[in-house]
Design a protein around this ligand. Sequence first.
Ligand code: HEC
Length: 144
Amino acid sequence: MKPRWRSAVYAAILATITGGCGNSSGTDAVTASRQPKGDPVRGEQLYQQCAACHSLASNATGPKHCQLIGRQAGSLPDFDFSPAMRESGLIWDAQTLDEFLTSPISYVSGTRMGFAGFSDAEDRADVIAYLYQVNEDPATCPAG
Ligand code: HEC
């Protein structure tokens, strides 16, 4: 009886520890995940706000968004980035995009991106899910 009782306690402790680790970053699970759980269909609608300045396959007022995931911030050779963006040292993924899109000017102080940000975590998760979906889709983002 004793060993079984013990292992149940250990299992409960383990569950507490692993649960605690999962939340250690202090952000919610959706936004902290490397694989965003957002809705890319809703994200495509929200992307219309980005499309005032951005397009997927070519530079406009803002840099193109194809092949964004895994890209070093400010690294496209044919776009005139701010020094702040070029020197930010960021690599774009679900986490950095979530933080940037919360408030671009606070996250990259001195950025030229004139967009206030999305205060709603779900809006950010959805637009990030869309950016992941199109990132390497040959239909929207042909290589090169
Ligand atoms: C008013 C114009 C404007 C809007 C709207 C806008 N952006 Fe931008 N964005 C820019 C500009 C300009 C830059 C370059 C910033 C710099 O160099 O500091 C940029 C840069 C970026 C970058 C960095 C890209 C890289 O290669 O490093 C990302 C990511 C980005 N924007 C995402 C978005 C998303 C997602 C939205 C919509 C939610 C959005 N932007 C809305 C103008 C805009």
